[in-house]
Design a protein. Structure first.
Length: 162
């Protein structure tokens, strides 16, 4: 088992190479641009600040008023280690999240994955929306994420109204 000092030395070595900073800056720039793109195209949706994370995940909430009224939110999540985008249906707090997980447990949720209420779990339902994203074509990637997120939102809205 490595000590914290050993981890920091390795971190320093990797930082000296410069790739980590460039990749992280590129991901954060893309996420900021994606958030702006969605805010412009869906002005009635509520968006949160961008959560930068600890190099594990970066996300922001992007929620239509109909789900907000039910104390639910949608999160667009980039998972750094897995190099993929997911979309989550989440609750405003753990109690709401647990209630919806129980409520949706008996429903057909199709292609989506129902979460289990547990410490560290922030989703009610989740889906992978882009596996191995191509950051070289950011406009196309934004449209891909937008289309799949809107489909997920429509599906979640219908599911939560049943």
């Amino acid at each position: 088992m490595n000590s914290l000092n050993q981890h920091i030395l390795e971190y320093q070595r990797q930082l000296h190479k410069g790739n980590i900073q460039k990749a992280y800056k590129g991901i954060m720039s893309f996420m900021t641009s994606l958030k702006s793109h969605l805010e412009k195209n869906y002005s009635d949706y509520l968006t949160s600040a961008l959560y930068f994370g600890y190099m594990d995940m970066t996300y922001f909430a992007f929620t239509p008023p109909s789900l907000k009224a039910k104390k639910l939110k949608i999160a667009i999540v980039y998972l750094h280690e897995q190099v993929r985008f997911k979309v989550w249906l989440s609750g405003n707090n753990r109690k709401i999240q647990a209630e919806f997980i129980e409520q949706l447990g008996n429903k057909d949720i199709g292609e989506y994955k129902l979460s289990k209420a547990a410490p560290g779990v922030d989703s009610i339902i989740e889906a992978i929306i882009v596996e191995d994203p191509n950051f070289e074509n950011p406009e196309e990637l934004k449209i891909q994420i937008e289309k799949k997120t809107i489909k997920f939102i429509n599906d979640m809205t219908a599911l939560c109204e049943e």
